[in-house]
Design a protein around this ligand. Structure first.
Ligand code: ATP
Ligand code: MG
Length: 469
């Protein structure tokens, strides 16, 4: 061996040993953890100093009792951050530590999501086939006692909607198994619809029927802000075992903090998006959009945003389209999310600001009428007030003519109902009304449907045409 070779060898050995020592020492180093402190808790909002985080970032609060509370930055004032907890904060003391949840860095070899913000990486929840037949809360924790979720994937819960110009248009009809909807208010694959109704007029039953009968690959149900008792009833009695088998249910009932209810809605949409991105046709049901808006109102008012319309701050009206726009068709040739959002119309007031705003951002609205429900006419869909905006592009002219004819006769009968019932109408005065009276019983029977009956699209159309033949 020559002299220069020996020098290189010594040099390498020295460096290797130095680097090995460094490696060992790194193991002793305590990672520096930035933290803040809670200075104020007032109602729903907590204030924290000492952290500089973006709005929407996640943090963890180790509680004195050993539990950990997840929270989100919902606003700031100077150097004070406003945090909203995801669960109960009873037991918190002044000065409790706040730790930011660091976004995990993408691993080498993974393809970053095309529409993901860096901050979204912090909040990933389980998505995928393992959720079918399961009931989870807004944070992806199982509520059904069937053990841990066997999901292969996780996804960010807040994703920006796809570019509208890249989306496939609504061209195909979707069979929802309800005669009145298939025939009179045909739904298109990828359409987003509102179900407008007051309380107790049959929303849940109708949604349950659609969840069981719709020709979709998977169903994703979000029960947001409803009564806890109703969650159980919906899953056990209305959805039933056959409905649940192909459904993923996210439940964030009224007693959960508002942030959890918002997250529940975002998570429901994220699950549906994951299935859609795999090319599946998804039916998404969200009950209710109004409670989602109310959760956002609670948060916005708590951090000092001024109320505008009927106590709703402006941010509520900005949040609704952000959620709704995520549903719909995917890229051309891909899957779809057909979505139904229930909208509560308190006291059957169709002018409620949320109802108004929802009507403007959705592709149609189905109104459930209390008068019909009270008369035992179920599903209580008011075909005069309801509209499916995609219907004229996806149905044949003959179908449209028949539907319009039925609507005209129904409407004519309804307007003259009082005259007819008191016997003030003389037969033969108005030929259209005569036909309406003659067909009224058949039309009523056509629009009603038993909870257990599944009426497919071909049968619905055949029955519609046979009314006039
Ligand atoms: N298709 C139907 N056939 C027979 N009865 C029905 C039908 N749909 C609804 N009902 C009746 O209406 C009742 C109320 O329905 P549902 O619970 O779906 O109303 P809701 O609008 O969801 O009420 P809430 O506002 O309390 O959530 C049901 O208990 C049932 O008796
Ligand atoms: Mg209900």
């Amino acid at each position: 061996m020559t002299a220069p070779d020996r020098t290189v060898d010594r040099h390498t050995t020295r460096w290797s040993s130095y680097l090995r020592d460094c490696g060992t020492l790194v193991g002793f180093v305590e990672p520096q953890q930035v933290s803040g402190r809670i200075t104020r808790v007032a109602g729903l909002v907590m204030e924290c100093v000492g952290l500089k985080l973006a709005v929407g970032s996640a943090c963890t609060i180790p509680m004195p009792n050993g539990a950990r509370v997840e929270a989100e930055v919902v606003g700031f004032d100077g150097d004070r951050l406003f945090l909203m907890p995801q669960s109960d904060v009873e037991g918190i003391v002044p000065g409790t530590k706040v730790l930011p949840v660091e976004a995990t860095l993408p691993r080498p070899g993974t393809v970053p999501h095309p529409r993901r913000r860096p901050s979204d990486r912090a909040r990933h929840l389980p998505v995928g086939m393992g959720l079918l037949g399961r009931v989870v809360d807004g944070a992806g924790r199982p509520l059904d006692g069937l053990g841990p979720l066997l999901t292969e994937d996780s996804g960010p819960i807040n994703v920006r909607p796809a570019n509208p110009l890249d989306r496939a248009p609504i061209v195909e009809t979707l069979d929802v198994g309800i005669r009145a909807i298939n025939a009179m208010l045909t739904v298109g694959r990828g359409q987003r619809l509102g179900l407008f109704a007051g309380s107790g007029v049959g929303k849940s039953v109708l949604l349950g029927m659609m969840a069981r009968f719709t020709k979709a690959d998977v169903v994703v149900v979000g029960l947001i802000g409803e009564r806890g008792r109703e969650v159980k009833e919906f899953i056990e009695h209305i959805l039933g075992p056959e409905g649940l088998a192909r459904a993923a249910v996210v439940a964030a009932p009224a007693d959960t903090p508002p942030l959890m209810r918002l997250q529940g809605a975002a998570y429901t949409t994220a699950i549906a998006e994951h299935f859609r991105d795999q090319g599946k046709n998804v039916l998404m049901i969200m009950d209710s959009l109004t409670r989602y808006a109310m959760a956002q109102r609670e948060i916005a008012l708590a951090i000092g945003e001024p109320p505008a319309t009927k106590g709703y701050p402006p941010s509520v009206f900005a949040k609704l389209p952000v959620l709704v726009e995520r549903a719909g068709n995917g890229l051309v040739g891909g899957g779809s999310i057909t979505a139904f959002y229930t909208v509560l119309t308190e006291g059957d007031d169709q002018q409620d600001p949320i109802a108004d705003s929802a009507r403007a951002i959705l592709d149609g609205h189905f109104v459930l009428n209390r008068r019909l429900a009270e008369a035992g006419h179920y599903p209580a869909i008011d075909i005069e007030q309801s509209i499916s905006r995609a219907m004229h592009t996806i149905t044949t002219t003959a179908h449209q003519h028949a539907a319009r004819r039925l609507k005209q006769l129904y409407s004519r009968f309804e307007r003259s109902r009082d005259l007819i019932t008191v016997g003030a109408y003389a037969h033969g005065t108005d030929p259209v009304l005569d036909q309406a009276i003659a067909l009224n019983d058949k039309i009523e029977a056509f629009l009603c449907q038993e909870i257990t009956d599944n009426v497919g699209m071909p049968q619905s159309l055949a029955e519609l045409t046979s009314l006039f033949s």
